[in-house]
Design a protein around this ligand. Structure first.
Ligand SMILES: O=C(O)CC[C@@H](O)C(=O)O
Ligand SMILES: [Zn+2]
Length: 473
């Protein structure tokens, strides 16, 4: 089998200053433009994928700076790639062509309006900073991607990031009341969620339809009480079964996370906090609410569901233990990074009715491949992150991509989709033709053409080229 990944040429980029960099240095000033080869190389990858070194990097400090940069790139015929903290996991921020990269990390304006219960955040605001700013007003911003200490609101909107809270509280897009974006022509738009909900279209569009510069985010009141449990199971299927039983019985946990044995052991090797190494899989659950009795009743409901699937349940003794368990869950990515030099991760979403079949099938595929496979994810939402860990010096990348393809096919066959929160980027492009029917794909290309006819915004992402390898620009 040939390697199905899109070919991204490895290029160090020219050492000379590109004319676009020279022009933007003149118009925006040298402090906002990075043009040396070393600096540019730092902006050629995201957390998982190497891309092409950009011709120039701009660090805009305002929407007006974005407009200047977009208009200059447009006139020069150079593609534009937006970037937040680059903690993404699908190659979304890694350019596929020599591009202008706009890194939003200096656009950190943030204000809270307690009366409207909303935050207005520029794209470069760190996700956790929104909740921290909301806290003194008794408010909270629930979306909690694992990387929330480093990821940015702009990146979260571009990927429609979720996190452990997604089952009960929803994902980023559920909290967006409006947004500002700069289109491919350099025009500024301010959108609300009515009319054709163009804001909804921009959310999760991975920088391919416009560059989001600011968002108005809905805040909510934090629950007064939270209870946490961990349950260990003999097999991944048993753990998934317990999830279905709990939800069918009416439980709506605030967090409902799944980790298989390899995942638990990776965290344990990293943090040494006493996770059950022998378990085939583990569920980590929070129930929350404003009435303690109801919160505890819901925890009991989940506990019974776990026990009915053979789970051994341990309740967190208090806030400190609960915080340690959740810190452990947040540490999955760095823990996996210590095992093998590379990983290929997936972000499939499957209907809850097939969870146990899917985790069993994925596990069997991993075993048959001889590669190291780890499963974890936001199982309450049906969103799973199978990760293939490998060493390209000793293991075949073709085998890795064959396994990734098989896992994607399992999700599709069970009525699922390729991405819950990481986006398609360039990494999942090879699976798009199987996941999306040709008529729908053509409709998606129509949308892309309408907003970006020259295909200048983050080219080579989300939509696969046609069978002849042509894009639709
Ligand atoms: O590293 C991954 O595959 C997933 C990262 C993140 O989405 C998580 O849920 O921890
Ligand atoms: Zn996740």
């Amino acid at each position: 089998m040939t390697d199905p990944r899109p070919h991204i040429p490895r290029s160090e980029g020219s050492a000379q200053m590109h004319p676009l960099a020279a022009e933007l240095t003149r118009t925006l000033g040298p402090k906002k433009v990075l043009s040396s080869a070393g600096e540019r190389r730092m902006y050629s990858y995201d957390a998982i994928q190497m891309g092409v070194v950009p011709v120039c990097v701009v660090l805009p400090e305002s929407t007006a700076d974005v407009v200047v940069a977009v208009k200059a790139a447009r006139a020069a015929g150079i593609p534009i790639v937006g970037r937040g903290a680059a903690s993404g996991l699908s190659g979304g921020a890694a350019p596929t062509q020599p591009s202008l990269v706009l890194s939003f990390t200096r656009m950190t304006g943030l204000s809270i309006d307690p009366l409207r219960r909303e935050a207005v955040a520029q794209s470069g605001v760190i996700t956790l900073a929104v909740s921290e700013a909301a806290k003194p007003h008794g408010l909270v911003y629930p979306p909690d991607p694992a990387s929330f200490r480093t990821s940015t609101i702009g990146g979260n909107l571009a990927e429609n990031a979720g996190g452990p809270m997604c089952f009960k509280y929803g994902v980023t897009g559920d909290y967006v009341k409006g947004l500002e974006f700069v289109d491919a022509e350099g025009e500024v738009h301010r959108l609300t969620r009515d009319a054709y909900d163009l804001a909804g279209l921009l959310i999760g569009s991975e920088g391919t339809l416009g560059l989001i510069t600011e968002a108005t985010l809905r805040l909510s009141t934090p629950a007064r009480f939270t209870r946490t449990l961990m349950s260990s199971f003999a097999t991944v299927g048993d753990a998934a079964e317990a999830v279905s039983v709990a939800i069918a019985a009416g439980a709506v946990p605030a967090k409902l996370e799944f980790m298989d044995r390899a995942c638990v052991n990776a965290i344990e090797d990293y943090l040494h906090i006493g996770l059950p190494r022998e378990a085939g899989a583990v569920l980590l659950v929070d129930t929350d609410g404003d009435d303690l009795e109801t919160v505890e009743e819901e925890l009991e409901l989940v506990e019974r569901a776990c026990q009915s699937s053979g789970g051994e349940v341990r309740r967190a003794a208090g806030d400190t233990e609960a915080a340690a368990l959740w810190q452990a869950r947040r540490s999955v990515s760095p823990a996996l990074g210590r095992i093998r030099p590379q990983r290929m991760n997936e972000d499939i979403v499957v209907p809850r009715s097939v969870l146990s079949e899917v985790v069993r099938e994925v596990e069997a595929l991993g075993k048959a491949s001889g590669l190291q496979l780890v499963q974890f994810g936001h199982i309450g939402d049906g969103n799973l992150h199978p990760n293939i860990l490998f060493d390209p010096r000793t293991e075949s990348e073709e085998a890795v991509h064959a396994l990734a393809q098989q896992i994607a096919s399992v999700a599709i066959r069970h009525g699922g989709v390729l991405s819950g929160e990481h986006g398609i980027g360039s990494m999942k492009l090879p699976f798009m033709r199987e996941a999306v029917d040709p008529v729908t794909l053509e409709a998606l290309w129509d949308v892309k053409r309408a907003l970006d006819p020259q295909e200048r915004l983050n080219p080579g992402k989300v939509l696969p080229p046609d069978a002849q390898g042509n894009t639709h620009a």
